[in-house]
Design a binder for this molecule. Structure first.
Ligand code: ATR
Length: 275
């Protein structure tokens, strides 16, 4: 990064990942910085795993103000930071880097962003039973937060050993998809990539039959995934995936700036850029 940028832009932020070309964080976060008239650049830092250590040195030297972190660095970045929040420790991954005085800190806003999206978009009172599809990184953040908020979680995953490991770690249930019975749940949450830019659903029309609760798909491209189409046909309440992206980003912006995030503006920026 040319040093000269420092003279033109007082604040440099960015999304760190590999790849990062399709991330919507730049559009979403820039809309919020622009709302406050904050002179900034929100860059895409495409960094390979082998270059992560040197990149973090650059962050310290150039005083890059904040980072959103995505695949494949969420776990590996931890060893290069000075402080890790309790939240990031329990999830075992960092999605946000920020400065506290001269300490480079990491936290995780994925789980809380998911939960904020859930409570802002549906009534959760008296609803406790959640089926989570998937046992990867996103599932880990979501399961951790649901468990912390006293939900009864059951994990279903194609690779059942992964489901078992995650379930044991957070003391929740797991099962195979063949045993999935939607009628016993209040919420279904898809954390797998199934449905992303494809007309596929993690569960079938038959499997959603009889379900009367809320379906949340964290896939946001397309906004109405095949799973959400099936849910609509089944008259279920649905929550679209950009809401989790939005709320994890809202928390990042507030950490970086100490200002209240302009949620509607950020949401519009997201929707405008989702194909
Ligand atoms: P992320 O960090 O986004 O959660 P991940 O850690 O790679 O990504 O996890 C991807 C999840 O999607 C996993 O639960 C994966 O299931 P497996 O553990 O069985 O691989 C799930 N997934 C991806 N493609 C799938 C498919 N075609 N059918 C079912 N599950 C799939």
């Amino acid at each position: 990064m040319p040093r000269l940028w420092k003279f033109y832009y007082s604040m440099i932020y960015g999304i760190l990942g590999h790849p990062v070309a399709h991330s919507l964080s730049p559009q979403m976060q820039s809309s919020a910085f622009d709302f406050y008239g904050i002179k900034h650049k929100f860059l895409r830092f495409d960094v390979q795993p082998k270059d992560l250590k040197n990149f973090i040195k650059k962050v310290r030297k150039e005083k890059i103000q904040g980072l959103a972190v995505t695949i494949p660095h969420k776990e590996n970045i931890i060893e290069f930071l000075d402080e890790i929040s309790e939240e990031a420790k329990s999830i075992g991954a960092v999605n946000t880097v920020y400065w506290e005085k001269d300490q480079l800190c990491g936290t995780n806003t994925d789980g809380s962003g998911f939960f904020e999206a859930l409570i802002k978009n549906t009534e959760i009172q008296n609803k406790k039973e959640v089926a989570v599809f998937g046992a990867g990184g996103s599932s880990r953040a979501i399961v951790c937060y649901l468990k912390k908020n006293n939900f009864n979680v059951s994990i279903f995953n194609r690779n059942v050993n992964r489901a078992k490991d995650l379930a044991n770690e957070f003391s929740v249930n797991f099962d195979i998809f063949d045993n999935f019975n939607s009628s016993r749940f209040d919420f279904l949450v898809n954390t797998t990539s199934v449905g992303m830019n494809e007309d596929k659903s993690i569960i079938s029309k038959n499997q959603i039959n009889g379900f009367e609760g809320v379906v949340f798909d964290i896939v946001f491209s397309p906004l109405i995934t095949k799973l959400l189409k099936l849910a609509k046909e089944n008259n279920n309440e649905i929550i679209t995936g950009e809401k989790m992206l939005l709320h994890q980003g809202v928390k990042q912006f507030e950490l970086w700036t100490g200002k209240k995030a302009p949620i509607e503006i950020m949401q519009n920026a997201l929707i405008k850029n989702i194909s």
